[in-house]
Design a protein around this ligand. Structure first.
Ligand SMILES: [Zn+2]
Length: 161
């Protein structure tokens, strides 16, 4: 039993560990949370192996849930795209095998089915969907309950600012 030189916990099992070339006798908690190199053999097994901190790969994970979102001003884009082609609403409706009414409604801001929007997109060479990629999740380690991070404690111990 001893005092952890990193967090100051008293009457704890400490092990000689190394961090950035500095040797400290640290408690299991500090060793575990900082993945310290242990310079002596443990005689007490750690409670349970800490799950490896996986790098943020939430982006990849979210790709499977990637959803297309219709652009908020899709109706203006349709009208602009159609006029750029020099087509009337009727021309567009005929090309897409849609009713004139469908085109008129879409241009008035009534959102048609995605499949219809996709057809319009292709016919007019415009983009009506935007990719909806959620902000990647960040794996944030919970701050220390002592109100001081391990880094702070270590800096203090090492006499750094
Ligand atoms: Zn400690």
């Amino acid at each position: 039993m001893g005092t952890c030189e990193m967090c100051g916990s008293e009457r704890v099992m400490t092990l000689l560990s190394e961090i950035s070339g500095t040797r400290l006798r640290c408690c299991n908690r500090c060793i575990e949370s900082n993945n310290l190199n242990i310079l002596e053999k443990r005689n007490v097994p750690l409670s349970k192996p800490r799950a490896p901190l996986s790098p943020v790969r939430a982006y990849t994970k979210n790709m499977s849930k990637l959803e297309k979102e219709v652009m908020p001003d899709f109706h203006r884009a349709i009208k602009r795209g159609r006029e750029a082609k020099g087509w009337s609403s009727r021309d567009l409706a005929m090309r897409l095998n849609l009713r004139l009414n469908d085109i008129q409604k879409a241009e008035a801001g009534v959102q048609p089915a995605d499949s219809t929007l996709e057809k319009i997109e292709k016919a007019l060479d415009i983009k009506l969907f935007e990719d909806n990629i959620s902000e990647p999740e960040r794996s944030v380690r919970a701050p220390s309950s002592r109100g001081m991070t391990i880094g702070d404690a270590l800096d203090e111990f090492l006499g750094k600012e």
